[in-house]
Design a binder for this molecule. Structure first.
Ligand SMILES: [Zn+2]
Length: 178
């Protein structure tokens, strides 16, 4: 992915400007964060089973993020963060109506890069590099094995195991580049 540094900076900026009330411990209230940018955030039980959610941004200022009701709390949180990624990286300045629906399983290769970028933004917001590394090091020092560390980091940040694993790899890449 080409824009890792840029996306990391953007995510950090969003967090720096956010109200401290979005935090409970290290976990951020992603819905509250989305609302602070004017989004209405809802859940729907009528989305197609393979669809995670969607983002809708209209020229009149209407902004909506909807997530599939039949997803875990962790997956819902990630989807909201992913949609915010699309907003900040791909559609913030659009003056046409934008509706992006999320079907992870059959995206076209041309859309893959946008999806990867939105995923990376989501990980940066939910698991900011510095606190993520600090938590991970603390757990390593305390003698937990990798499997336990992944679980505990997931509990701390409200993310699923898959995204914690991926975040560990990303952080290693980002740190190797700097
Ligand atoms: Zn997407």
């Amino acid at each position: 992915m080409k824009r890792m540094k840029e996306i990391t900076d953007k995510a950090n900026k969003v967090l720096e400007n956010a109200d401290s009330s979005i935090y409970s411990g290290q976990r951020i209230d992603i819905v509250k964060l989305a609302k602070s940018f004017g989004f209405m955030v809802g859940i729907s039980k009528k989305l197609p089973i393979r669809e995670d959610g969607f983002i809708y941004v209209a020229p009149d200022g209407t902004k909506r993020i909807v997530v599939n009701k039949f997803r875990s709390v962790e997956d819902k949180r990630f989807t909201v963060a992913h949609e915010l990624g699309h907003y900040f990286l791909h559609i913030e300045k659009a003056d046409n109506l934008v509706l992006l629906r999320e079907h992870k399983k059959d995206i076209k290769p041309t859309e893959k890069n946008f999806e990867d970028e939105a995923d990376f933004f989501a990980a940066c917001v939910l698991m900011p590099e510095q606190v993520f590394v600090a938590e991970k090091n603390k757990l390593t020092k305390a003698g937990y094995n990798e499997n336990e560390i992944v679980s505990k980091l997931g509990e701390t940040f409200g993310t699923n195991r898959e995204t914690v694993f991926k975040r560990m790899e990303e952080v290693a890449i980002v740190q190797a580049q700097s």
